[in-house]
Design a protein around this ligand. Structure first.
Ligand SMILES: Cc1cc2nc3c(=O)[nH]c(=O)nc-3n(C[C@H](O)[C@H](O)[C@H](O)COP(=O)(O)O)c2cc1C
Length: 221
């Protein structure tokens, strides 16, 4: 079992290394995550920017078995539908098949995560694209800080939204007032296996345009 004293040196990991090796770690041990570790990574999460510096965020750290069970149940409900869509995509793709297995493992064990963070925002989202972008964009930088901080100390974490398919049920589970919107759910725990490693993404050149969409000079270089 790891405790803060043993892992805190990880925070000095070079930022680029943390970014290149941060990936969804879904298989977690049941060993507890101590308060000091939890507070340290959440403190780093709250160093993120928000629209107008509003900092309209709330974080629920769920350790209660009943609440974790309810979140796991919500996750299983939407995963039972989403799984069919993902299964179709696998079609011989080993990487996609491994991801499917990991998501299934997480669905089967979510309530055993030592702690589940639910990142929330004040407000309820908006109708105009700009307001919506600013609303949801005011929690994801904090979530990414959280993921990078967890990665640097070797604490497993994965961003999920499947448990939030019903805002009503999520609100009821967490006793959230109507004015608070849950946006992301992040189970945390020490990885069952090695956990982190190089992540794979599309080459930058495939998604980079100069001045106008479609001007792919970097692809041609
Ligand atoms: C907005 C968002 C929602 C996500 N929701 C889920 C989810 O509900 N369940 C899940 O297992 N992973 C979820 N993920 C994680 C992605 O599947 C994962 O980041 C992606 O497959 C890349 O995996 P990797 O980081 O391990 O390479 C989500 C990621 C994002 C950015």
């Amino acid at each position: 079992m790891s405790v803060f004293e043993e892992v805190q040196h990880g925070f000095s990991m070079p930022l680029s290394e943390a970014m290149e090796t941060q990936r969804a770690v879904r298989r977690l041990k049941q060993d507890p995550v101590d308060d000091e570790t939890l507070l340290a990574i959440l403190r780093l999460a709250t160093k993120a920017p928000t629209g107008g510096n509003a900092q309209g965020w709330e974080f629920i750290a769920v350790r209660d078995p009943d609440v974790k069970h309810a979140i796991a149940r919500l996750n299983r409900m939407s995963w039972s539908l989403a799984r069919r869509m993902y299964a179709k995509k696998v079609n011989g793709d080993q990487k996609a098949a491994r991801m499917l297995e990991a998501v299934q493992w997480q669905a089967d064990h979510l309530e055993d995560s030592p702690v589940i963070i639910v990142a929330c925002l004040h407000g309820r989202g908006f109708l105009t694209p700009m307001a919506r972008s600013s609303f949801y964009g005011s929690i994801y930088p904090a979530v990414q800080n959280l993921l990078l901080a967890a990665r640097s100390i070797g604490l497993g974490a994965a961003l999920t939204t499947l448990p939030l398919w019903s805002q009503t049920l999520a609100r009821r589970t967490l006793n959230l007032p109507r004015g608070i919107t849950p946006v992301a759910v992040i189970p945390l725990g020490w990885p069952v296996r090695g956990g982190y490693g190089p992540n794979t993404r599309k080459p930058l050149e495939e998604v980079l345009h100069l001045d106008h969409y479609g001007n792919r000079v970097f692809l041609e270089a």
